[in-house]
Design a protein around this ligand. Structure first.
Ligand code: ADP
Ligand code: MG
Length: 430
C-alpha cells in the first residue's frame, strides 16, 4: 500500500456495501509514467452514508473545478507516427479513461478527411471533448470539420479538442498539456479544465481554413514534408531532414507582409473594407464557412492592408508562423507563444547565415533559447501574408501539406476550446 496518493493521481472513488475503493494512477518513475492501481478499504464500523460523504470530498479535491466523468469522443489515427496509435490507445489511454469512469466512444479514422467529416455531423451536446490519439493532423481536421458547420462558432466554443501524443509531431499535446508522455497526457485530459484557445484563419487561393499550431514554409517545412518516406523513424525524420538541408543550403525567395498590431480605428476601417461585397473576393455565401467570424483583414486575394510592413527576401531559409510553443517535445520553436494572447508568432532566418551559426541555432531549439540568436528574427503579430516567389516547394499548415502558393493569416481570439493541464501538475518539458 502506498504511503500517500496525490489528489492529482486519484481517478475515482466509490463505496460498496462493505468497502471503499479508490482507483488511482501510481507514478512508476520510468518512461511509461503511470500504473493503474486500486486501493480497497474495509468500512468496518463506518456507515456507508458517512463513507459516501468522504468519497465526495475526496473527488472534490481530486477534480477541483474540472468536470468529472467526462464524455469523450476518441479518434485514433492508425496512420500516425510509426503506426502504433491503436495499440497505444488500448494499452495506455483507454484503461485510464475507464478507471476515471469517463464515457468513451472510440472511432479509428479510415482515411484522410474522415475526422473532418465526422465533426460536421457530430452531436456537440453529447460530448465534452474530442480526444485525438494521433499527431497534429487529426486535431487540424477536427477544428476544420467544426469550422464547416453552420453553427461553427458555437461548436468550436463548446467542445474541447485535445491531442494525445501518438504521432510524429505532437505539438498540441506538448504545448498545452506540457508533456509528451502518453499516460500523463491521458491523466491530464481526465483532470483538465476547459481553456479557450486562439485559432487562426488561413486564406489561400479560394479557400479558407483554420490553423491551431503552425504555418511553415522553407527549410523546416521540407524537413517534415519531404521526409515522408522516413516515417518509420518517428520524430527522428525531422533531424535527418535538417542535416540533409544543412549541407545543401536551399534558398527560398519570397515576399512577406507583417501586421504587428492594429489601433481600434484602423481595425474599423479594415472591417468596413472587408464586408464591402465588391472587395470580398472569396464568395463566402457559397463556402462552408458562414459560421466563422468575419475576416478583419480580408483575404489573400485583396491588396495588402495599409500599415503592414513589407519585406522582400531574396533568399530566406526559414519562415515559420506559430500559435503554440512546441512543435514537438524537442522543438520549442515559439518560446513566447501564448495559447490565448491574440497573437501569432513568426520566425525568419536568412539563408546566408553561416552553417556553424545554423547548427548553433538548431542545438538550442529544445528549450526555445535559439530565438535569442541574432540570426533569428522573432516577432509577435496579429496577421501576416506570405508570398513565395519560387515555383515548387512546400507549405505546411499544422504539419499538413497545402499548395505552394501565397497565403494570409489572421488570429481569432479564443475561437476554439481545449483542456488545460491541471493546476497541481507540473510541465515536464523545458
Ligand atoms: P503524423 O504526426 O504522423 O503526421 P497525424 O495524426 O498528423 O500523424 O496524421 C497524418 C495524416 O494522416 C493526416 O493527414 C490524417 O488526415 C491522415 N489520416 C487519418 N486517418 C488515416 C488513415 N486511416 N489512413 C491514412 N491516413 C490517415
Ligand atoms: Mg502530422
Amino acid at each position: 500500500m502506498p504511503n500517500t496518493i496525490a489528489y492529482l493521481d486519484v481517478l475515482w472513488a466509490e463505496v460498496s456495501q462493505s468497502h471503499l475503493t479508490i482507483n488511482y494512477a501510481r507514478r512508476t518513475g520510468n518512461s511509461s509514467g503511470y500504473k493503474l492501481e486500486a486501493l480497497e478499504l474495509a468500512l468496518g464500523g463506518t456507515d456507508p452514508e458517512t463513507a459516501e460523504i468522504w468519497v465526495q470530498k475526496l473527488l472534490d479535491h481530486s477534480y477541483g473545478s474540472s468536470k468529472r466523468q467526462k464524455r469523450l469522443k476518441v479518434l485514433v489515427n492508425p496512420f500516425s507516427g510509426p503506426g502504433k496509435s491503436l495499440k497505444k490507445y488500448q494499452c495506455v489511454v483507454e484503461p485510464i479513461f475507464k478507471a476515471a469512469r469517463c464515457t468513451v466512444e472510440m472511432v479509428e479514422t479510415q482515411h484522410q478527411g474522415h475526422a473532418d467529416e465526422m465533426m460536421r455531423n457530430l452531436d456537440i451536446t453529447a460530448w465534452d471533448a474530442v480526444v485525438c490519439c494521433s499527431g497534429d493532423g487529426l486535431p487540424h481536421e477536427v477544428f476544420n470539420g467544426l469550422a464547416k458547420r453552420p453553427d461553427a462558432k458555437h461548436a468550436l466554443a463548446s467542445i474541447a479538442v485535445a491531442q494525445l501524443p501518438c504521432g510524429s509531431g505532437n505539438g498540441m499535446c506538448c504545448s498545452i498539456l506540457g508533456t509528451s508522455n502518453l499516460s500523463l497526457a491521458a491523466l491530464y485530459v481526465v483532470k483538465g479544465s476547459q481553456q479557450p484557445l486562439d485559432l487562426v484563419s488561413v486564406t489561400q487561393g479560394q479557400t479558407r481554413m483554420l490553423s491551431f499550431l503552425s504555418q511553415n514554409c522553407g527549410m523546416i517545412a521540407e524537413c517534415d514534408l519531404a521526409t515522408e518516406q522516413l516515417r518509420f523513424l518517428g520524430r527522428y525524420r525531422f533531424i535527418v531532414g535538417f542535416f540533409q538541408r544543412l549541407i545543401l543550403q536551399p534558398r527560398y525567395p519570397c515576399d512577406v507582409a507583417l501586421c504587428v498590431d492594429v489601433t481600434p480605428s484602423e481595425e474599423l476601417c479594415v472591417e468596413k473594407a472587408c464586408t464591402d461585397e465588391e472587395s470580398n473576393d472569396i464568395d463566402f455565401s457559397q463556402s462552408p464557412h458562414q459560421g466563422l467570424p468575419p475576416l478583419r483583414f480580408g483575404t489573400i486575394n485583396q491588396p495588402v492592408p495599409a500599415g503592414w510592413e513589407v519585406f522582400r527576401h531574396e533568399s530566406l531559409s526559414i519562415f515559420y508562423g506559430g500559435k503554440l510553443s512546441y512543435m514537438d517535445a524537442g522543438s520549442k520553436i515559439f518560446p513566447q507563444a501564448r495559447i490565448d494572447d491574440g497573437h501569432v508568432d513568426v520566425v525568419r532566418v536568412e539563408a546566408n547565415v553561416p552553417r556553424a551559426t545554423k547548427l548553433r541555432v538548431f542545438a538550442k531549439i529544445g528549450d526555445g533559447s535559439y530565438a535569442e540568436n541574432m540570426a533569428v528574427d522573432y516577432r509577435k503579430l496579429v496577421a501576416y501574408r506570405f508570398i513565395p516567389r519560387g515555383k515548387d516547394g512546400y507549405v505546411s499548415i499544422d504539419g499538413e501539406r497545402v499548395p505552394f502558393e501565397a497565403f494570409q493569416v489572421e488570429v481569432h481570439d479564443g475561437l476554439g476550446l481545449t483542456l488545460r493541464r491541471p493546476e497541481n501538475a507540473v510541465a515536464d518539458l523545458p
